[in-house]
Design a protein around this ligand. Structure first.
Ligand code: ZN
Length: 244
């Protein structure tokens, strides 16, 4: 049996399809790990945001306590004011009240600032939370889809391996060893189609002797530049057959 361009073409296609499936299968755990890392980062971000909000709430609570004590002070002074007899004392208390009121204004402003900050942080937190839920859902969907597809892909891989065994049977036993060695080393990258007189693996032109060898099909033809096993494109093969 001779190695026809047709069988090498089929063999190359089978190797490519097998590799694509293998790459998909080996890529799944990496993809899942990357998605899990992303979810973990989002969880950390949410935790950090939550802690910061708690700290601000605590600070706001302290200001509210301070506010109450200032109000109580004002009440206290106002009571005293009603009972004082001396004008001097009256003025002194009024000054105290004015001082406490200015402190109260400052505390009120600070409480409002905390409230505005908390509202903004709360809105940002909700967005982060939605973003996390989306990422978690996407991760779960991806895990399910990958595991659903796995059995089918493994069956397909076995099918391709069987087709490959059949297709490889047409390779001349003299050269099969050599073929298997380069395939083991480079996988589908070990082969390239020749189009318009050039190796499509590296774009180097092939010699007329190589073209003859490709037409004769009784030996493996290697690209002199990239070392790939060459085979003819379907169109080229039809044309050479017409000429011959
Ligand atoms: Zn090449």
């Amino acid at each position: 049996m001779t190695t026809t361009a047709n069988s090498l073409r089929e063999i190359h296609s089978l190797h490519q399809r097998s590799k694509a499936i293998r790459d998909r299968l080996t890529g799944v755990p990496k993809n899942i790990a990357a998605r899990q890392a992303m979810v973990a980062r989002k969880v950390d971000g949410l935790d950090k945001a939550k802690k910061e909000m708690t700290q601000i709430k605590v600070a706001k609570g302290l200001k509210e306590v301070q506010r109450k004590s200032l109000l109580a002070k004002i009440d206290d002074y106002s009571t005293k004011l009603m009972n004082v007899k001396k004008n001097e004392e009256y003025k002194a208390i009024q000054n105290e009240i004015a001082l406490v009121k200015s402190q109260l204004n400052k505390v009120d402003d600070e409480i409002i600032d905390y409230e505005i900050d908390l509202e903004e942080r709360d809105a940002a937190f909700k967005l982060l939370d939605m973003d996390l839920k989306k990422a978690e859902l996407e991760l779960a969907n991806f895990q399910k889809q990958s595991s659903d597809a796995k059995l089918g892909e493994e069956a397909k891989l076995e099918e391709l391996a069987n087709s490959l065994l059949n297709a490889e049977a047409v390779i001349n036993p003299d050269i099969r060893e050599q073929y298997q060695r380069v395939i083991r080393q480079r996988g589908p990258e070990a082969m390239a189609v020749v189009e318009a007189g050039a190796c499509m693996g590296c774009n180097m032109s092939i010699t007329s002797q190589m073209l003859n060898d490709l037409i004769n099909c009784d030996t493996l033809v290697f690209c002199r530049s990239c070392g790939r096993i060459l085979y003819m494109a379907e169109e080229t093969e039809k044309m050479t057959k017409r000429i011959v």
